[in-house]
Design a protein around this ligand. Structure first.
Ligand SMILES: [Zn+2]
Length: 119
């Protein structure tokens, strides 16, 4: 069996998590009622422009932020899950066949949950 250098991946994933947290903070904030949930920063209704078209732009911007946030949140959760797998000792094992995921694949995609065959 291959000895997995989890410290290396842990460092990579921790850096990735930090980067994603920064990006998440630029488009949203943590839900005060649920620390595991991020929500896009809402348009401030008190400062909504008077112009109808500008209001539409503001809403559109919010929808864009929501879409970006949703994507970031998926990546962020993948990174968090990969870090949890490192802690539980299941990192680098395919979720389907339980075989080792190749080092090359993990190097390219540390959040990979499956081997190439079960991708
Ligand atoms: Zn597999």
């Amino acid at each position: 069996m291959l000895v997995m250098d989890t410290a290396h991946f842990k460092q990579k994933l921790t850096e990735e998590r930090k980067k994603l947290e920064g990006e998440l903070k630029s488009v949203g904030h943590i839900n005060p009622h649920n620390p595991a949930d991020w929500e896009a920063t809402a348009a401030d209704l008190n400062t909504l422009p008077a112009d109808k078209n500008e209001v539409a732009d503001t809403i559109e911007e919010f929808e864009e932020r929501s879409a970006i946030l949703k994507q970031l949140e998926i990546q962020y959760n993948d990174v968090k899950e990969a870090l949890a797998r490192i802690e539980s000792g299941t990192f680098g094992k395919c979720a389907v066949c339980k075989e080792d995921i190749s080092h090359e694949r993990l190097e390219a995609l540390p959040t990979a949950k499956t081997c190439m065959q079960h991708n």
